[in-house]
Design a protein around this ligand. Structure first.
Ligand code: SF4
Length: 224
């Protein structure tokens, strides 16, 4: 029986990418060694024994705590069925540190649709219907490379951008895909931290390249 480390569950509106506007249940798994300097979920990095607790405490907590628990697929899916939304967003942390086939199979078996958000630095192991969003984290402190398997499996590639160097990074990643593989994906630029210059760069580049703009609408709306 697979056990997964859970940081939090909350219901909201998906604020970015292809599912923008979709009522969604966010399942944040604990653990990430990638080390992005600007990460806004640093509380999800470590699997420390000090912060390990039980399922009910994790479900009940409010806000960004480091507390986490081990959960089973059965326990998790039974809990998710109590919400109204039927779209699940599995995030982290880095959720692809874990084999998510059993969880995503169970979600589809129970009538959910499912999306996963990953940095592209771990092999993606999910149900074939799962919508995979790769937001590539290139040359971060943890020293992880972006994997071909993750790029090829991605349904959308959503690249965080603040400066032209980030566009060049994305070009290098996309050059690893065949024209057929690339044609099967949506490519998004997402300005980092709502910076005005980053937003303008993303808009200009999307128009020039025929890519899509992803805005973190939940941050403008000040919702979780
Ligand atoms: S991969 Fe995601 S969770 Fe991990 S450090 Fe980067 S932004 Fe944070």
């Amino acid at each position: 029986m697979t056990k997964l480390p859970l940081n939090e569950i909350f219901e909201s509106i998906q604020g970015e990418g292809s599912f923008t506007g979709a009522p969604s249940i966010f399942v944040r798994l604990q653990g990430c060694p990638v080390g992005c300097a600007w990460c806004d979920t640093k509380h999800s990095w470590y699997l420390s024994e000090e912060h390990q607790t039980d399922f009910n405490s994790v479900i009940a907590k409010a806000g960004d705590g480091e507390s986490w628990c081990h959960t089973t697929v059965g326990e998790l899916v039974a809990h998710l069925l109590g919400y109204k939304a039927r779209h699940i967003v599995i995030s982290g942390g880095e959720p692809c540190m874990y084999d998510l086939v059993e969880l995503t199979d169970a979600l589809y078996d129970n009538g959910f649709t499912c999306q996963i958000e990953t940095s592209g630095t771990f092999e993606v192991k999910v149900n074939e219907r799962t919508h995979v969003t790769v937001s590539p984290k290139v040359a971060m402190k943890g020293g992880y490379e972006i994997l071909d398997q993750a790029l090829i499996r991605a349904n959308e590639i959503k690249h965080p951008v603040a400066m032209s160097r980030h566009i060049e990074e994305l070009d290098m990643l996309l050059a690893r895909l065949s024209p057929e593989q690339l044609a099967a994906k949506k490519v998004y630029l997402q300005p980092i931290s709502q910076q005005a210059r980053a937003t303008q760069l993303a808009i200009d580049t999307c128009i020039e390249r025929n890519w899509w703009l992803s805005i973190q609408t939940h941050k403008y709306l000040a919702i979780q």
